[in-house]
Design a binder for this molecule. Structure first.
Ligand SMILES: [Cu+2]
Length: 152
């Protein structure tokens, strides 16, 4: 009986650890920016529209090496978040969030905003490719809350 309890405890620890690693060091879209360095400002609005949820704009193009100051504005009536990664990482991360819906992010590539609040995220795009910003609160990405960043 004690062995079973130990196994369960170990399994719980493991799943907590994998949830934590999903949040660490995975900066697939580049690297955290330096707010003291010049940056181009890009405003992104989060909102709901009927059953849809969206970001405006839904497409952003940046140059490799460019630093962007995302000025985020939640115009919706719910919490929303801006999570910057690859599509694959966001899909994986969304799975984890379905299991742990109360998960909060303190990562430099993410910002969560309560209704009618603003926030900023400075990011340096060091890699050419296609990346995504998405709201990973369960159901939101599926309702349309994702946008594409093309780095050229
Ligand atoms: Cu959302």
């Amino acid at each position: 009986m004690k062995a079973i309890a130990t196994t369960i405890a170990a399994a719980l620890l493991l799943s907590a650890a994998s949830a934590a690693t999903a949040h660490e060091g995975q900066f697939s879209a580049g690297q955290p920016g330096n707010a003291k360095q010049p940056a181009r400002t890009v405003k992104v609005i989060m909102k709901e529209d009927g059953k849809k949820m969206l970001f405006e704009p839904a497409d952003i193009t940046v140059r490799k090496g460019e630093q962007i100051r995302f000025v985020l504005e939640n115009d919706g009536s719910m919490d929303h978040e801006f999570m910057l990664a690859t599509v694959a990482d966001n899909q994986k991360h969304a799975e984890v969030m379905r299991k742990y819906p109360k998960m909060e992010h303190a990562d430099p590539n993410a910002k969560r905003l309560t209704p009618f609040t603003n926030g900023e995220l400075v990011w340096k795009f060091t890699k050419v490719g296609t990346f995504e910003y998405a709201c990973l609160i369960p159901g939101h990405r599926e309702a349309g809350m994702h946008g594409t960043i093309t780095v050229k």
